[in-house]
Design a protein around this ligand. Structure first.
Ligand SMILES: NC(=O)c1ccc[n+]([C@@H]2O[C@H](COP(=O)([O-])OP(=O)(O)OC[C@H]3O[C@@H](n4cnc5c(N)ncnc54)[C@H](OP(=O)(O)O)[C@@H]3O)[C@@H](O)[C@H]2O)c1
Length: 308
């Protein structure tokens, strides 16, 4: 089957597989949860707001009759919450087949996570870095498990500002978003290399959804003009969320997906379409940045794993 029209119906049977989708209650995470449960996976919808997410999970259950969903609390802006989530998951489940690090925030007002990290780097990258490390033994307990990170075309404009990682000297809402999304790609590559080197069977991939209609702009600190663009123009040209979720679903489930690779839509400028290998941003090919980001992430979160 050519990747050109790879879609939900191409996902293999996932009976017996255990999956975590962070931010599984909304947008791309919701569509991913739905597609994965439709193929028989048990899906843990990991969400920060239980009431709001509870409604989404009820909807998922009606859309996938007989689907196995479990809602669990996870706030990526708190390392304590990440630890509590992993503790709860570990009591309930023996293994983890797919960790889909999907949750994210974009262009939010300047702010900090509970641990004092710049919000976008904290939620989009550091929270997922910690989560992945704490779940590593559960991933290894599954056969050929995968970690899938969700980046963005915004990573193309990103750079990791090691001199001011938390944007304390100068905060740009889009700059911080691009930095965090570039971090998702660098993290994926370094993670995959370390997994291979350590002889682990878990592999790591990264995907981006092009432009997709979701709730991502809801929490953004947009000017009235940007809001107009987001609600008007963007919603006309962007693809539906189910289609935007295809690259991350491909990375998570397709046997032919390559370890460490980056997937995105195949249309013009990778804005929409069906999954294919995405163009790796120039700044994501910097091995020094890749390694340095790992070291800094360990230091900041206090969670070390796959050490060289
Ligand atoms: N939509 C696009 O065009 C686009 C483009 C490029 C990349 N992306 C990426 O796609 C991913 C999914 O976003 P989306 O577009 O589907 O947006 P969305 O509909 O807003 O979904 C984002 C999800 O992340 C959750 N989340 C936010 N902060 C969290 C936290 N502290 N702890 C746990 N969960 C948290 C949200 O929870 P709540 O429901 O409680 O807010 C929501 O479930 C993000 O990583 C985003 O950067 C999206």
């Amino acid at each position: 089957m050519s990747n050109k029209k790879w879609s939900n119906q191409n996902i293999n049977d996932l009976s017996g597989k255990v999956v975590i989708v962070t931010g599984g209650n909304s947008g791309l995470g919701y569509e991913s949860s739905k597609a994965l449960a439709s193929k028989g996976a048990t899906v843990i919808v990991a969400s920060r707001k239980l009431e709001r997410a509870g409604q989404a999970v009820e909807k998922l259950k009606t859309e996938v009759p007989g689907g196995q969903f479990e809602l669990m609390k996870l706030d990526l802006s708190s390392l304590d919450s990440v630890r509590e989530f992993v503790a709860e998951f570990s009591v309930k489940y023996e293994k983890l087949d797919i960790l889909m690090n999907n949750a994210g925030i974009m262009a939010v007002p300047a702010g900090k996570t509970k641990d004092g990290f710049e919000s976008q780097l904290g939620v989009n990258h550091l929270g997922h870095f910690a989560l992945t490390g704490l779940l590593l033994d559960k991933l290894e307990a599954a056969e050929s498990s995968r970690v899938v990170n969700v980046a963005s075309l915004a990573a193309d404009n990103g750079s990791i500002n090691f001199d001011d990682l938390m944007s304390e000297k100068d905060y740009s809402k889009f700059g911080a978003y691009s930095q965090s999304k570039l971090a998702n790609i660098l993290f994926t590559q370094e993670l995959n290399e370390r997994l291979e080197k350590a002889g682990f069977s878990t592999r790591s991939m990264v995907a981006h959804p092009g432009g997709s209609k979701t709730n991502l702009a809801e929490g953004s600190d947009f000017s009235p003009f940007m809001k107009f663009l987001a609600n008007g123009l963007f919603s006309i040209i962007a693809q539906p969320a189910w289609k935007g979720a295809l690259p991350q679903l491909y990375a998570a489930t397709e046997p032919q997906a390559e370890a460490g690779a980056y997937y995105g839509p195949d249309g013009f400028n990778e804005f929409s379409g069906y999954p294919k290998k995405a163009k790796l941003p120039q700044s994501a090919q910097n091995l020094n940045a890749q390694r340095k980001l790992w070291d800094v992430s360990e230091e900041l979160t206090g969670i070390s794993y796959l050490s060289n």
